[in-house]
Design a protein around this ligand. Structure first.
Ligand SMILES: Cc1cc2nc3c(=O)[nH]c(=O)nc-3n(C[C@H](O)[C@H](O)[C@H](O)COP(=O)(O)OP(=O)(O)OC[C@H]3O[C@@H](n4cnc5c(N)ncnc54)[C@H](O)[C@@H]3O)c2cc1C
Length: 428
């Protein structure tokens, strides 16, 4: 991938001295090397699409005692995608299979119980540590000659024209691409720069995340319990460890976060009960604001949004990154198809296809997660009754239950090729 030099003039004293600006050329430039940007880069790299990723964070983060304790519930459809781009083998080392999911309202006898055996032999998904997802994707990108990682690297500006996009980097170089992808997260600056408006909703909730060690095994069981003050999820990790994601109203969350470790453990023990034996904190306790962000469009001329930059949802259903991977898989499929035929990978036609493909799916999940949170955040008796009836109904009607399970497993809808089962992939 040769760098070319364009002439620029810079004032130096009284004379104009030509200064060379190094221009890195590629087909796709991705700004944001988080879990979504890296997954997209690996998918493009596997198909030989010349791709550059820019992120302000270094690729190799020093091990830190204050590390991010977040984990991600990776649904089956996402596992297929990650396997097909050669990135899941390394994640499997720390992944814990989800064999069973129980969703219930606190202090209610009704619950929905999703057993993986109801829909086949495979686990419903895996719980993987975010740090491991990132490391595995970086390692995979480094193996692919078509992918270049500029990390750490900041950008100072972007410009788009009918033929491509230019990213001016902080080190003075320029990146010239046919397609620019914004993967810079929920508060995307690029999205703003493109003039794409967002709809936002602050839930007034904070998500508290921590890893717990426990005496008894979890048997691959994930729990989501709806307490009157917010949803509380317990996710099985490797070994006798679980991750909690606990959404609480901001003020209450502030008080919980201020608790000393022992008092925090006691609060958590009270919610989980005795089924895991005695619990103890095995990570720092971190918090995340719960904000819904929804971009009014996912594309503009020569650019596309993916992942949280396109939409950031409530983590209640553990679906944010799974949706993001569907963006990445869909965009990679469109771009790789154009690349194979020698067509323009950032054409208006390619972008229109991406916009059509992803918009409905994303909108449906925003509505579902937002709706669930509102339904359960309300303690009106009629709503409580409806919730319990809903649980009983879903649990007792197998086709309905399987429909919900297949949706949560990310194996429904108009799936990108790499998310389909291997035999369907061969036929497509
Ligand atoms: C508590 C919690 C639990 C969750 N659990 C789940 C789950 O179980 N399952 C699930 O599917 N999803 C889950 N999610 C959602 C999931 O974490 C997100 O959807 C996912 O992290 C989005 O990744 P991203 O790469 O799109 O964005 P980000 O992770 O925000 O990455 C953005 C990247 O862009 C870089 N960047 C930003 N600005 C610039 C700039 N100006 N220049 C250069 N680089 C820049 C950043 O450094 C970062 O690396 C959860 C979220 C939360 C908060």
């Amino acid at each position: 991938m040769p760098a070319t030099f364009g002439g620029l003039a810079r004032e130096h004293g009284a004379r104009h001295i030509p200064v060379m600006t190094e221009i890195l050329r590629c087909e796709v430039a991705i700004v944001g090397g988080g879990m979504t940007g890296l997954a997209l880069a690996a998918a493009l790299g596997v198909d030989g699409v010349d791709t550059v990723v820019v992120d302000r964070m270094p690729a190799d983060l020093p091990p830190s005692s204050n590390a991010d304790p977040r984990v991600t519930a990776v649904a089956l459809g996402s596992v297929r995608f990650l396997e097909s781009i050669g990135a899941f083998a390394a994640m499997r080392a720390t992944a814990a299979p989800i064999l069973d999911i129980r969703v219930a309202e606190a202090h209610s006898p009704f619950a929905v119980h999703y057993d993986h055996r109801d829909v086949g032999d495979e686990p419903l998904g895996y719980i993987v540590e975010n740090a491991n997802i990132r490391d595995s994707l970086i390692a995979r990108c480094r193996e692919l000659p078509a992918v270049r990682l500029l990390m750490p690297q900041a950008y100072v500006d972007v410009a788009r024209d009918p033929r491509g996009a230019t990213v001016s980097l902080a080190d003075g170089r320029q990146l010239r691409a046919k397609l620019l992808v914004a993967a810079d997260g929920k508060f995307s600056r690029l999205r703003e720069r493109f003039g794409i408006r967002t709809r936002s909703w602050a839930y007034g909730q904070t998500g508290i995340v921590a890893t717990l060690g426990h005496e008894l095994p979890h048997d691959g069981l994930a729990y989501e319990t709806f307490f009157p003050d917010g949803p509380f999820a317990v996710l099985p990790m490797r070994g006798d460890r679980s991750s909690i994601v606990w959404a609480l109203e901001d003020e209450l969350a502030g008080a919980v976060l201020a608790l000393p470790a022992e008092a925090f453990e006691a609060e958590v023990q009270d919610r989980i009960g005795d089924r895991l034996g005695r619990l103890s904190l095995a990570s720092p306790v971190k918090s995340f604001p719960m904000v819904l962000k929804w971009a009014e469009r996912f594309t503009v001329e020569r650019a596309a949004l993916v992942g949280d930059a396109a939409r950031g949802i409530h983590p209640i259903a553990g679906q944010g990154w799974n949706l993001a991977l569907r963006d990445a898989a869909a965009l990679a499929e469109i771009v790789a198809g154009a690349h194979r035929l020698g067509l323009d990978v950032g054409s208006a036609k390619a972008l229109a296809r991406y916009e059509r493909w992803r918009r409905f799916d994303a909108l449906a999940l925003v509505a579902i997660t937002d709706g669930i949170n509102r339904l359960f955040a309300n303690d009106v008796t009629a709503l409580r009754l409806a919730r319990n009836l809903g649980f009983a109904l879903v649990d007792q009607v197998p086709p309905l239950k399987q429909l919900f399970m297949r949706h949560a497993m990310g194996v429904m809808g108009d799936l990108p090729r790499r998310m389909r089962p291997a035999e369907a992939r061969m036929r497509a």
